[in-house]
Design a protein around this ligand. Structure first.
Ligand SMILES: Nc1ncnc2c1ncn2[C@@H]1O[C@H](COP(=O)(O)OP(=O)(O)OP(=O)(O)O)[C@@H](O)[C@H]1O
Length: 341
């Protein structure tokens, strides 16, 4: 059974301008399995943060069902929700640390609230600060830390009560690219070493590319596409997904780029799309060479997602039309071929 399961969930807010309610979440169904790193991507206003607030029971659904750790959240009172929330950690874009508390006391805070013993708190906080690499900063205050260090404290604090789920809401959006990679590497370890299931809300496709195993693309309160990250990245079906994927994958040249390529290169211009398991690049290049086609790679690249390769390579081909037609027909048996200019 899924660790988090949403069925036909709707969340409506009163419209501040009057009129119809705002449907922040519109008929969303989603299953997050134990061990997943589930990315939720979408533009500002798509409903990502609202989805998180429904999963950690900060707000009730308007309609539908949210089941977390086998428990239906709809209809639970504050007292019954408390243990559910203890099983869910959360980290935020702005870290949300207590500035008047030391790093050590920030991490200890949830354990104190949960009524843990002094010994248990001591052992757990020390262990977590070691895990996030900040044992030497235990007595510092948040303002004495860099953004990346603050987020590592946030991660240690979120893990204090040993939650089975960690919700990450734009957790790296305030960090520079290098620090982002460090924090993402730490989150990967949280998943692999502690077995924590993660829900990663972001508008940055790079984050999904680095750590997610599955992804859902949200647009106007709906999930418009979801699945295995490799599948969605290598063959996005929805327009919104295609735009997101296009920010990290140099794929098929746009009409404007094609015009530039046309001007710069002689011959017929084709885009070959490769996905793990399709024909290898080597076999395609060999076929072109054996047919006597002169070819030049002029656009594109190969990407690696979860150890699987895919990409789009645009080539300029020079030979007689009959020769090119023959070899393209052969190549098209095993991989997708599009003549673009
Ligand atoms: N409390 C509220 N009252 C009214 N409308 C709300 C409320 N919270 C969110 N909304 C609306 O719901 C929609 C989804 O908002 P949400 O914050 O979930 O989007 P998001 O994808 O997280 O955006 P961002 O990336 O900017 O945080 C927006 O149209 C927003 O204006």
């Amino acid at each position: 059974m899924a660790l988090v399961s949403l069925r036909n969930v709707t969340k409506a807010y009163p419209n501040p301008n009057g009129g119809d309610p705002v449907l922040a979440i519109n008929d969303v169904s989603l299953d997050i399995e134990a061990g997943d790193v589930y990315g939720i991507i979408g533009y500002s206003g798509a409903g990502k943060s609202t989805l998180v607030r429904l999963i950690n029971a900060l707000e009730p659904v308007t309609d539908g069902s949210v089941v977390v750790n086998g428990q239906e959240l709809a209809g639970l009172g504050e007292k019954q929700l408390r243990p559910v929330r203890l099983g869910i950690g959360m980290i935020f874009q702005q870290f949300n640390l207590f500035n008047a508390k030391t790093v050590w006391n920030n991490v200890a805070y949830p354990l104190r609230v949960a009524g843990a013993s002094k010994e248990k708190i001591q052992a757990r906080v020390d262990e977590l600060l070691e895990f996030v690499g900040l044992a030497d900063k235990a007595k510092n205050f948040p303002e004495q830390l860099s953004g990346g260090q603050k987020q590592r404290v946030g991660i240690a604090r979120a893990l204090a009560t040993a939650p089975s789920i960690l919700l990450c809401d734009e957790a790296t959006s305030a960090l520079d690219p290098e620090t982002t990679q460090e924090v993402l590497a730490l989150l990967k370890r949280v998943n692999s070493e502690f077995g924590v299931t993660m829900v990663v809300i972001t508008h940055e496709m790079e984050v999904i590319q680095s750590i997610a195993t599955k992804v859902a693309v949200m647009d106007q309160g709906r999930i418009v596409e979801s699945g295995d990250v490799f599948e969605v990245f290598s063959n996005p079906q929805n327009g919104s997904s295609q735009t997101f994927v296009g920010t990290v994958v140099k794929g098929v040249p746009s009409p404007a780029e094609r015009a530039v390529l046309r001007e710069r290169h002689e011959g017929r211009i084709v885009t070959l799309s490769f996905r793990d398991g399709d024909a290898s690049q080597a076999s395609v290049f060999l076929k072109l060479a054996q047919a006597g086609v002169e070819f030049e790679l002029i656009y594109g690249g190969i990407n690696d997602i979860q150890g699987k390769a895919f990409g789009h390579l645009t080539l300029a081909l020079r030979a007689s039309d009959a020769v090119i037609d023959g070899v393209l027909a052969d190549i098209a048996q095993a991989t997708s071929v599009t003549e673009v200019a």
